[in-house]
Design a protein around this ligand. Sequence first.
Ligand SMILES: Nc1ncnc2c1ncn2[C@@H]1O[C@H](COP(=O)(O)OP(=O)(O)O)[C@@H](O)[C@H]1O
Ligand SMILES: [Mg+2]
Length: 292
Amino acid sequence: MSALLPTALILLPVSFAGVGADSADAIAEGHLTERLPTRGNRSETDQLAEAVNRAFDAQARAEATVRSLAADTSHELRTPLSTISGWLDLHRQGGLTGPRLETALGHIENEVGRMRLLVEDLSLLARLDAGRPIEQDPLDLTALAASVVEDAQVIYPDRSITLTAGGPAQVTGDTARLQQVLRNLVGNAVQHTPAQTAVQVAVITTPGRVQVEVADDGPGIAPQDLPRVFERFWRAEASRSRACGGSGLGLAIVEAIIHAHHGQVSVESAVGVGTTVTVRLNAQCTGTAPRD
Ligand SMILES: Nc1ncnc2c1ncn2[C@@H]1O[C@H](COP(=O)(O)OP(=O)(O)O)[C@@H](O)[C@H]1O
Ligand SMILES: [Mg+2]
C-alpha cells in the first residue's frame, strides 16, 4: 500500500492538485482513514482517485480482519489458560489432595483439549486461506454421511438423527475434510438445539451435482444473525455459553472446505421452525483451495 501512494500521486493530473494533494499528504502522513476527494464526474482523475480509495478501503478491511482475528483468538485462549493456571496455583498452595487432585487434572485436560481444538481449527483455516491443495479422493458422499450419522447416533444416543439417500453419490474430494464438514453440520444441529430436536441428513443426487442437506426443527437462527453465521468466531448470543462448546469457527471451516472443492454452502433458517444447511458439490468434482 505504501508503494501505491507515490505511484498514484505521480499519475494524478495537475488539475487534481489542490483539493486532492491535502488528502494525499494526510494519507502519506499516516492518516489512513483519509480518502482522496472525488467529484462524481467519471473523469480520469475521478476514476483514479476512486481506484486509490478502493485500494485503501480493501487494505483497511484486511487489517481490521487480522486485528479482530488476533483479538478473538487471544480472547478464546484466555479462559482455558486462566482455568489451568488457577488449578495450578491451587495445587502449589497445597489445596489439592486426594480426589480433588483428580478433579483438577480432569479440568486441566478439558481445557488443554479446547485449546488444541482451537489451534487445529485455526491452522486448518490458515492452510485453506493459503490455497494449499486438497486431496482428490474418489469418494461416495452417501457412505461418508452414513458413517458421520452412525457416529453421531453413538455420541448422542438420545437424539433422533437420520439419513435419507437415494443411492451412492460419487464425488472427488478430500475425504477427511468433507467428513469434517458433515461432522460440523451434524454437531451444530445437535449442539444448538434442545434435546428433543430431530436432525435429518439427506443426500440428493441430480445430474452432475450432489447436494447434502443437514436439517433440524430446532429454534432456528434470527434473520439478523443469518448473514453472520459463516464469520470466524461468530456465535449467536444464546450459543456463547461454554456449555455449547464451540468457539464459532465450525461454519467458517465448512465454508472454506466447500469453497476449496469449488462447491457452495448456504443456510436457511426460520425462528421456531428450524435450520437447514445445504452443501452443493459437483459430482466427481476436482478442486483446490481458493488463492485469494
Ligand atoms: N443448526 C443450528 N441451529 C441454531 N443455531 C445454529 C445452528 N448452526 C449454527 N448455529 C449458530 O451459528 C453459530 C456459528 O456456528 P459455528 O460456526 O459452527 O460455531 P460454534 O458451533 O462453535 O458455536 C453458532 O454458535 C450458533 O449460534
Ligand atoms: Mg459449530
